[in-house]
Design a binder for this molecule. Structure first.
Ligand code: BV8
Length: 252
């Protein structure tokens, strides 16, 4: 039943969502940049700050941008790594760590590359778009370093090609294991919760649709509407740092 925002909810959507989570054997949570916003990390589509304000993130996060100016793209990621190092997980992250202990089969699929879910203590995290914390050879794909913050463009010790962050850029394929594990978890879950994502980027945004088709109860947590809102069974309109702890409290 698609209750979404249009129909007045017959009961409090948070209470309904908590009831579904209490009963669920299998839960999938998909997170986006919004869950890290309250940790001080700008979301992907918000205007970037400072030096990077004049750049569009979705332009920089491409193989073409790296090909054109590897130093510029490398500097952008070095800046983001410094932001992430200075950031702390927020109550929204910790609520998902708590949720993982309450659910028999819990899968956290994150589009974020900041590693904050792991720092908050979640164990089963699928990094759908890779991670800032790895540096790869741009030619061979092997890992050549960890989260280097130095602005100097690193070079592969084997072939001399420029180093690149271990993230998935637009136009690049999602790592096969992440793709398959997330898709099967979405098809098999009782509850699918989408948190802090604009639901614009595919194939990640398709996971909620796959869960819906398989009969899952879909919850959306976001202060704003997204293309998923009208399809969701429960829409929890607010910041995840407030909504998720309240949801865990309501599950008692
Ligand atoms: C693929 C890693 C097969 C890097 C990212 C043309 C050519 C090629 C591909 C395409 C094409 N047209 C379409 C595509 C497919 C493309 C795509 O979907 N494009 C979109 C823009 C239409 N997808 C791909 O390319 C994917 N690969 O399809 O391969 C293929 C290959 C070749 C050709 C065709 C197909 C790969 C996509 C991965 C890209 N990499 N990130 C990096 O981080 O630098 S995606 C990027 O967007 C971010 O990682 C982010 O995860 C993702 C989604 O953004 P969100 O997380 O949702 O963040 P956003 O800012 O958008 O929204 C924040 C939300 O939070 C908002 O809703 C806001 O309301 C909310 N919020 C704010 N505050 C809070 C909050 N919520 C809760 N609490 C708060 N306090």
């Amino acid at each position: 039943m698609a209750s979404g925002e249009s129909s007045a909810a017959t009961s409090d959507p948070l209470a309904r969502a908590a009831q579904q989570l209490r009963r669920a054997r299998s839960v999938v949570v998909l997170t986006g940049a919004g869950i890290s916003a309250e940790s001080g990390i700008p979301t992907f589509r918000e205007a970037q700050t400072g030096l990077w304000a004049r750049f569009d993130a979705s332009e920089l996060a491409t193989p073409e941008a790296f090909e054109r100016d590897p130093q510029l793209v490398w500097s952008w990621y070095a800046w983001r790594r410094r932001l992430v190092r200075e950031a702390q997980p927020n109550p929204g992250h910790f609520a998902l760590t708590e949720l993982e202990t309450r659910v028999a089969q819990f899968t956290l699929v994150t589009q974020n590359v900041d590693g904050l879910h792991q720092r908050a203590g979640n164990r089963r995290v699928i990094e759908y778009h890779g991670s800032l914390m790895r540096t790869l050879c741009s030619r061979e794909g092997i890992t050549i370093a960890d989260a280097v913050e130095d602005e100097t463009l690193p070079r592969c010790h084997r072939c001399g090609a420029p180093g690149r962050p271990g993230v998935v850029w637009f136009g690049e394929l999602i790592p096969a294991e992440a793709l398959e594990c997330s898709a099967s978890a979405a098809r098999e879950c009782n509850v699918f919760m989408s948190v802090g994502t604009s639901s614009l980027v595919y194939p990640a945004a398709g996971l909620a649709e796959a869960a819906l088709r398989a009969g899952a109860y879909v919850i959306e947590v976001n202060p704003a509407a997204t293309p998923l809102t009208r399809l969701a069974d429960a829409v929890l309109r607010g910041p995840s740092g407030t909504v998720l702890p309240a949801l865990l409290d309501a599950m008692h």
